[in-house]
Design a protein around this ligand. Structure first.
Ligand code: SAH
Ligand code: AVI
Length: 324
């Protein structure tokens, strides 16, 4: 069972295909012995808003910590980008982080945010264009795990990548290696990749970060069920499922699940899917790395670790990698 597969040889997906893919993936995942769904399905418009709300919760340290590193070390981090770079941000979401790099690099040739959450991608790109009227902003709505192409009219110049937020942690290590190799092929020879990676830490801190007291992460997780209802016409009892998140130290990952609170059946596209009480849908992994562990993984994907920055408490890391 692979929660976030990486298909590097697939063709691009149209909006209609994407909807069909959601149904196919939902049925495949929900009929597996351990029910599961790819974490990319969290991110419709509501899911992107819920993720942004998560980043403001006191328990969710990654975003504010990574922003703190970018504030403190932004000049050095931005200096790893080549002159007049075309900067491609993978899973861009809110543009808060890239703005910290742009502040140091007014020479960027173009900014290419890539995200599967299309309406959020467009609104963030429009807001950025208002603040940076002279920068070419070229959004690409795509699943970055699949074959996707950079805009044809990208200005001449080197291409660099930015992959913040520890989204790499949402892939199992072999899939993460495939994804980084895939990014290497998309960005091209000699590319630089600046990537945010969450670090291993105390279980209590991790458990709280993924189960905030205000219930925002729970709503983010349960949004998958809402999408089943709205987009796939599923018949299900929302109150019959609960959010569960915990750090699995042996696997060095947070696991998120939706737990069935009773014996029940749901219906999707005329298929009946049975749940016993306590059975779960495994909805996300969020792997936590050591600096050395991540460097090894990046090396297996053909990237050389150039530099790394952390916060004073060593909660989070930002790596500059170069394509071998
Ligand atoms: N980079 C931002 C957002 C992180 S949330 C930050 O650091 O805060 C993860 C982002 O990746 C979301 O915007 C989500 O829509 C996007 N995403 C997740 N899986 C994706 C995929 N397979 N292809 C493209 N974008 C994806
Ligand atoms: C986007 N990604 C890195 C987040 C994480 O921390 O794994 C998604 C998330 N899931 C629950 N809270 C945040």
């Amino acid at each position: 069972m692979t929660i976030n597969p990486v298909f590097t040889d697939a063709t691009p997906v149209s909006a209609v295909d994407a909807e069909r893919q959601f149904l196919d993936d939902a049925l495949a995942g929900l009929t597996a012995p351990q029910k599961f769904l790819s974490a990319k399905y969290f991110y419709d418009a509501a899911g992107s808003d819920l993720f942004e709300a998560i980043t403001r919760q006191p328990e969710y340290y990654p975003t504010r910590t990574e922003l703190g590193i970018l504030d403190a070390q932004g000049a050095a981090i931005a200096a790893t980008l080549p002159a007049r770079a075309n900067l491609v941000e993978l899973g861009s979401g809110s543009t808060a982080k890239v703005r910290r790099l742009m502040a140091h690099r007014p020479d960027l040739a173009a900014y290419v945010p890539v995200d599967v959450s299309e309406s959020f991608l467009r609104s963030e790109a429009e807001a950025l264009a208002r603040d940076f009227p002279n920068l070419a902003i070229m959004p690409v709505a795509a699943d970055f795990t699949r074959a996707f192409t950079l805009p044809d009219d990208l200005p001449e110049g080197p291409v660099a990548g930015f992959f913040p937020g520890s989204t790499i942690g949402n892939f199992e290590p072999p899939q993460a290696t495939n994804l980084l190799a895939h990014f290497g092929r998309v960005l091209g020879a000699g590319a630089t990749l600046i990537i945010g990676v969450d670090l291993v830490k105390d279980k209590a801190v991790l458990d709280a970060a993924y189960d905030d007291a205000a219930g925002v992460t729970a709503a983010f997780n349960r949004n998958l069920l809402v999408r089943f209802q709205r987009e796939l016409g599923a018949e299900l009892d929302l109150a019959g499922f609960a959010h569960r998140a915990f750090f699995n130290a042996e696997a060095s990952r947070i696991e998120m699940h939706l737990v069935s609170l009773k014996d029940q059946a749901i219906r999707i596209a005329n298929r009946r899917i049975d749940f016993s009480k306590g059975e779960t849908i495994h909805t996300e992994n969020s792997y936590k790395y050591t600096i050395e562990g991540f460097r090894t993984l990046a090396g297996e994907a053909g990237w050389i670790a150039a530099e790394v920055w952390t916060d004073p408490d060593h909660l989070f890391s930002i790596h500059a990698l170069r394509r071998a």
